[in-house]
Design a protein around this ligand. Structure first.
Ligand SMILES: O=c1ccn([C@@H]2O[C@H](COP(=O)(O)O)[C@@H](O)[C@H]2O)c(=O)[nH]1
Length: 442
């Protein structure tokens, strides 16, 4: 028995109270999960007690969906990307747990841990494990037999019989590929349904309809050159990224033309301003000055370095139109000072702002679990290379298949090509092929 188990057993608590206290100490107290969900129906009383004790809100899975009203399978207040801890009383094959997890995951909830009072050790733990989660059991059947034997509640023959039964009667192996589907395995269409931010939704829908996950970085210094580039390349991209402050002949008419092309070819505009000051200054930089970024950029890039106050500068719609923020979680340049902790903290920061944050600029999205966030990866060319200033390039295969990019940013790979349009088509096809491969790989 671990720590408090003996004390609780000896106490005067009632059955459910005692078990929920043990479960609370064992795996809920230190959990950082956003929700609890009991596997219907026998685990519901324990899950309810744990929810009350921990103040972690509970979700309820309906086994039978209603034929009227919302027809929801999951009841409760939740957002895609939030985490949920599964509570079960007894696990044999793990099939009931997996059914519950399937419905929760279909709503975009992230499930990593399952806690159970008793693991009968007949294959449930392995089934839960091979479907991408971890089972933590308060007791195993072996422990229970030993306790009962020690207490003289069962004979040695009975204990041997049960042990023999358990070792010879294994539950069938269950492998449901849809359960290991995280962000990178889900289609853009499905993820659009889960997105909280209207711009993220729009972007994912554009990607799905235009069949492109290519973002062009239009890093040119003349307005006519940029507009002529977009006239040729616009139909092949989901997003155009600008650095408005590198343009030498900037004028307001350029913005009118840029918006016109965005409408004509159905792409979104990301101003790669990389805001990094205190919230108040950033708000002025965003709304005022000669570029008035807030008026025309659908999305902007923002450093998380100053803390979450910076995000408050972008909350609320501009003239009734929603905007999106890409947080810089990593950089593509050699020797940059961003650490793994910084990246993780940036991703965590976004959770509270999922109606504003569209996603992350990053190189390796293993920590981006929420399917409603987009991984935007710059530093992409057809061959692995480096420029003279330390920019590191990876191929479409590497960024999409290995590193989880949803949208790849290509600048000089297209802009500096002899024929930018045909080069854009090459990138578009290569990137899309990798995405299709990624979601169809089981
Ligand atoms: O980590 C980062 C963040 C942003 N960028 C920007 O992307 C483009 C890349 O252009 P290439 O010509 O394809 O190198 C550029 O505008 C950068 O400012 C980045 O490269 N890395």
């Amino acid at each position: 028995m671990y720590g408090n188990q003996k004390a609780y057993v000896a106490s005067s608590l009632s059955g459910d109270d005692m078990i929920s206290s043990l479960m609370y100490d064992f795996a809920v107290k230190d959990s950082k999960c956003d929700h609890l969900c009991g596997v219907p129906y026998t685990a519901l009383p324990i899950a309810t007690l744990l929810s009350v004790k921990s103040k972690i809100p509970m979700l309820m899975r309906r086994k039978e969906t209603k034929s009227y009203g919302t027809k929801k399978t999951i009841e409760g207040h939740y957002k895609a990307g939030q985490s949920c801890l599964i509570i079960e009383d007894v696990v044999t094959s793990g099939s009931s747990v997996l059914e519950t997890v399937k419905d929760l995951k279909a709503e975009g909830l992230v499930i990593e841990d399952v806690i159970v009072i008793l693991d009968r050790e007949q294959g449930g733990s392995q089934n839960i494990d091979s479907n991408g989660m971890k089972l933590k059991s308060l007791y195993t059947m072996t422990q229970l037999i030993n306790i009962l034997l020690r207490k003289g509640e069962i004979t040695k023959e009975m204990a041997d019989d049960v042990r023999h039964y358990l070792s010879t009667t294994k539950a069938p192996v269950i492998k449901d590929h849809s359960l290991t589907m995280d962000r990178i395995k889900m289609s853009y269409e499905k993820r659009a349904e889960l997105a909280q931010n209207p711009i993220t939704k729009q972007l994912l829908n554009i990607m799905a309809t235009k069949r492109t996950n290519l973002c062009l970085s239009a890093d040119l210094t003349s307005t006519t050159k940029i507009l002529s580039l977009l006239e040729n390349v616009g139909e092949h991209v989901c997003m155009v990224k600008t650095h408005i402050d590198i343009i030498e002949d900037f004028n307001d008419d350029f913005l009118v033309q840029l918006k016109h092309l965005a409408d004509k070819f159905n792409f979104l505009i990301l101003e790669d301003r990389k805001f990094a000051d205190i919230g108040n200054t950033v708000s002025l930089q965003y709304l005022k000055g000669m570029y008035k970024v807030a008026e025309w950029a659908d999305m902007v890039t923002v450093h998380s370095l100053p803390g979450e106050g910076i995000l408050k500068a972008f909350t609320g719609s501009i003239n009734g139109v929603s905007r999106g923020v890409f947080l810089l979680a990593e950089m593509s340049s050699q020797g940059n000072l961003i650490s793994a902790e910084y990246t993780k903290a940036t991703i965590d920061m976004a959770d509270k702002y999922s109606d504003l944050v569209t996603g992350f600029v990053c190189q390796n999205g293993e920590h981006i679990k929420n399917p409603a966030f987009i991984q935007l990866t710059p530093g992409v060319q057809l061959i692995n290379a480096e420029d003279d200033f330390g920019q590191v390039y990876n191929t479409p295969e590497t960024v999409v298949l290995e590193k989880g990019a949803d949208v790849a940013v290509v600048g000089r790979g297209i802009v500096a090509a002899k024929n930018p349009e045909s080069q854009a088509v090459i990138y578009k096809e290569a990137l899309w092929e990798c995405y299709v491969k990624r979601i169809s790989n089981t």
